[in-house]
Write a protein that binds this ligand. Structure first.
Ligand code: SF4
Ligand code: SF4
Ligand code: FES
Length: 244
């Protein structure tokens, strides 16, 4: 089975073709199977990341034909092209720089707690958001994150990206729903979301999560509604329903 792998070396990208030898005649390999075999045979210095191999750690995300996929869980087909995710800066081959997203959350995730009563009920939606594995697949086609790429001053991973993304909104929405957050903490989380560019979500057709979290219904829409309730020119009352 022939696939293309886009390598990134010395600042240049180029494609190589790799012929995967199926281990069983009817094998439908995962992307990671192909990468591991390629590294064990023809491309010993192929750089890529993986960890749990079980959709838990989120570090194996690559693009297949331009769309983000978890390499350990997505199947690959004849003729597919594997490349580094195009939403983050490439480091080597399929490895990208992930720290810009984590750094942008620095100082923004400190909860202003109202106590430590662990017997408080947590809303179901909060539990749904804990399924996030930080794979960053949701950065694909996000107009808010795209502002980082369009603007050099915003695009410094070392300082943390200026503009946010669905993942950063998810983390802030978790703070808003955490029963241990104080009212001030919830308001602060919404302010952080606004600073990170929540206004980009007003006219956006939506984000897609790599593990199926309902980002529009459980993250973006509740935050936009809360911002609209506060009023202000950037968040006028909605007369258009966001697509889910
Ligand atoms: S709805 Fe907001 S967070 Fe989601 S893709 Fe659009 S701009 Fe990004
Ligand atoms: S929200 Fe979904 S796509 Fe985004 S980082 Fe979390 S698991 Fe990945
Ligand atoms: S290797 Fe951990 S999610 Fe793919």
């Amino acid at each position: 089975m022939k696939v293309k792998i886009e390598l990134y070396r010395d600042g240049k990208s180029f494609k190589v073709e790799y012929d995967y030898a199926r281990r069983e005649p009817d094998e439908k390999p995962m992307i990671l199977d192909v990468l591991l075999q390629a590294q064990a045979t023809d491309i010993p210095d192929l750089a890529f990341r993986y960890g749990c191999r079980a959709r838990n750690c989120g570090v194996c995300t690559v693009d297949v034909n331009g769309r983000p996929r978890l390499a350990c869980r997505a199947r690959i087909r004849e003729g597919d092209q594997v490349s580094a995710v195009n939403t983050l800066p490439p480091l080597a081959d399929l490895v990208v720089r992930r720290d810009g997203v984590a750094r942008q959350m620095r100082g923004r995730l400190a909860s202003v707690a109202q106590g430590n009563d662990l017997n408080q009920d947590t809303p179901d939606d909060y539990h749904a958001l804990t399924a996030c594995i930080e794979c960053y697949a949701c950065l694909h086609n996000c107009p808010m994150h795209a502002r980082n790429i369009q603007n050099d001053a915003a695009a410094s991973p070392a300082k943390g990206y200026l503009w946010g993304n669905p993942f950063s909104l998810l983390k802030l929405q978790m703070l808003r729903m955490d029963p241990l957050s104080s009212e001030a903490g919830r308001e602060q989380a919404l302010e952080h979301a606004k600073e990170l560019g929540l206004d980009a979500c007003r006219d956006c057709k939506g984000c897609k999560c790599g593990v199926g979290i309902d980002l529009m219904g459980k993250v973006v829409q509740p935050m936009l509604e809360a911002a609209r309730e506060q009023g202000g020119a950037q968040y006028p009352p909605s007369h258009v329903l966001l697509r889910t």
